[in-house]
Design a protein around this ligand. Structure first.
Ligand code: SF4
Length: 253
């Protein structure tokens, strides 16, 4: 019998473990603030599939230029016909014996990918630069949704579906997009299951201070959980004794 006190993990939390197990721990307790880039993504998805109840459309639109809003709407209008039949914003949860895994699928059903109709699970990304951000991803962890969402669906239904990211670039007036298509195998599902179990069984979630300052798409950002992390905060703050002998002259006198 399942215990109601079992932890429930989300893909966005599991994602943090690879860089820093302690960040995974913090992500289960704290929510990070919505950034302007995330707001553009919420608007794009809202115009594309309709706004979710927990998204404050008017609040996000407020203060944005009319032409920016119109551009995002036109991008959504361009992409919408590629989604033929299915459901959007579908929340699913798989309950294992000791833990649960949940995720919200942007779309599940039939869509046109590379000129073909395929049945799958689809995720929408709205990004500043497809090439710089998406072409540099090379780890399984970078594409964790592509593993976790088919895994949840497989566990719930017995059906192993492809997963496709629609990565949409917001730079140009006419939408530029690229699809990243994953046809997961049972061995991939076994890999993600082992990964989730390993995280669940980690009693420590140790901090990795090598990751504090090199995160984000360009590997030059602070950890998103720095605000809440005593290890990261002590790395950046405190006192530093400055030795004038070590400073460059700059000008010779
Ligand atoms: S600030 Fe550093 S130690 Fe703390 S959670 Fe982030 S990466 Fe880990």
């Amino acid at each position: 019998m399942l215990s109601t006190s079992n932890p429930c993990y989300r893909q966005s939390q599991i994602y943090n473990y690879y860089a820093c197990p302690y960040a995974f721990n913090l992500s289960r307790k704290f929510s990070i603030k919505t950034t302007p880039a995330m707001e553009f993504g919420l608007l794009f998805e809202g115009y594309l599939f309709g706004f979710k109840d927990n998204v404050d459309q008017a609040g996000i639109e407020k203060g944005k230029l009319k032409k920016t809003i119109e551009k995002i709407k036109s991008h959504a209008d361009f992409l919408r016909p590629y989604f033929i039949s299915g459901e959007s914003h579908v929340r699913n949860q798989y309950d294992d014996i000791d833990y649960s895994i949940s995720g919200e699928f942007d779309y599940i059903g039939e869509a046109i990918v590379n000129g073909q109709n395929i049945r799958g699970i689809f995720d929408i990304k709205y990004t500043a630069d497809i090439n710089k951000i998406w072409e540099s991803k090379e780890y399984k962890n970078d594409f964790l949704q592509a593993y976790v969402y088919p895994y949840i669906h497989l566990k719930l239904t017995g059906e192993l579906l492809p997963f496709v990211y629609f990565v949409c670039e917001n730079k140009y007036d006419q939408l530029l997009y690229k699809t990243y298509e994953f046809h997961m195998k049972i061995s991939d599902m076994e890999w993600i299951e082992r990964y989730i179990k390993m995280i669940h069984d980690d009693p420590i979630n140790h901090p990795n201070i090598n990751s504090c300052l090199n995160q984000g798409d360009y590997k030059n950002e602070r950890c998103k959980y720095m605000e809440f992390c005593e290890f990261g905060r002590s790395l950046l703050s405190g006192n530093k004794i400055m030795n004038t002998e070590d400073l460059y002259h700059g000008v010779l006198l």
